[in-house]
Design a protein around this ligand. Structure first.
Ligand code: UDP
Ligand code: MG
Length: 308
């Protein structure tokens, strides 16, 4: 029996590239030794993407589609794809051809060598622009300092996992606020990385704005590190030490310390700034706790095509 490869593709308003993606992916998939299924997850697209995929699914039984009831986000789409996949190996990739389908045979080779987690690492990201690339580098620096788990720089949401790893992802890590790439890098198992060049988006435009990426970074830090929560303790200790120094100084100079309006105001502002910052950080954690507590669904499937 041939082994089965599931290719999970998240799609949100990608009418401009879908046909091209399908043709290129199909060409590669027909050449590998494994059987395959091409699983599109329609993340609440409001353009013609859904019709295009439905037509593909009618023509080609290897094409499957899961349609969400609304937009749930890229990660939710990947999670749903993994949930519905039946393959011995599962690849998650984007529809915009920034994750080149030509990498698939190399991934399959790694599966055959016994690797269970294959991270695709970007060597270059032409389309992201200077700001996004710098922000991404800074993000990985910060998260690696703050978090106990190590994150691969430039790891992308192009990755592949074996069935046992998919089983873990189906059962655990079902968080509402999450960083799927982070989990994939930290489940353990035998893993490897393959470098690839992220080319330009074939058509259409990026769905990730800088603002969305910023929120995503904050969420990830909160999810993977408790260190910011402890900032209050350090700030408290620092303020105490400062207080003691000033006290000793005042006693030694017999209350003769110069009285300064500016000093007091600046110190006040500074301490309040630290205080509010820490309250804000605690707020971020509480908001995520609250989201998790509500236990709302990660995604809602409205209908499927070619899926038993
Ligand atoms: N995507 C999605 N839901 C969203 C946003 C994006 O499924 O809410 C899909 C999108 O269709 C694409 C992939 O996620 O296949 C990556 O998105 P995009 O190319 O816009 O991100 P970038 O490559 O610019 O980071
Ligand atoms: Mg893209």
């Amino acid at each position: 029996m041939k082994q089965l490869l599931s290719v999970v593709v998240s799609v949100y308003n990608e009418e401009a590239v879908l046909e091209q993606f399908y043709l290129e992916a199909k060409q590669v998939l027909e050449c590998i030794q494994w059987d395959y299924e091409l699983l599109f997850v329609n993340d609440g697209s409001c353009d013609k993407s859904c019709e295009i995929m439905s037509r593909m699914a009618e023509r080609d039984k290897k094409v499957k589609m899961i349609s969400f009831s609304r937009n749930f986000g890229h990660e939710a789409a990947m999670i749903a794809g993994i949930d519905y996949s039946r393959g011995d190996g599962i690849i998650c990739m984007d529809a915009d051809l920034q994750h080149p389908p030509e990498c698939i045979p190399e991934i399959v080779e790694k599966f055959e060598e016994g690797y269970q987690v294959i991270n695709m690492v970007r060597t270059k990201n032409e389309s992201a622009g200077l700001i996004k690339n710098l922000a991404s580098a800074a993000f990985y620096k910060v998260i690696n300092v703050l978090s106990e788990v190590h994150f691969e720089h430039n790891a992308s949401d192009f990755f592949a996992v074996s069935r046992p790893v998919a089983q873990v992802l189906k059962k655990s890590y079902r968080e509402r606020v999450r960083f799927l790439r982070g989990y994939v890098q930290n489940v353990g198992f035998r893993h490897t990385a393959i470098p690839y060049e992220a080319g330009l988006r074939a058509a259409g435009e990026s769905k990730y704005s800088i603002r969305k990426l910023f929120q995503f970074s904050i969420n990830t830090i909160v999810c993977f590190s408790n260190l910011p929560l402890k900032l209050g303790i350090y700030a408290g200790l620092m303020a105490a030490v400062m207080g003691i120094i000033v006290l000793v100084y005042t006693l030694l100079t017999r209350g003769g310390a110069p009285s300064g309006y500016a000093t007091i105001v600046i110190l006040n502002c500074f301490m309040f700034a630290v205080l509010f910052l820490i309250v804000g950080i605690i707020g971020e954690y509480i908001s995520i706790l609250f989201t998790e507590l509500k236990d709302r669904p990660i995604y809602i499937v409205e209908n499927t095509k070619n899926v038993e």
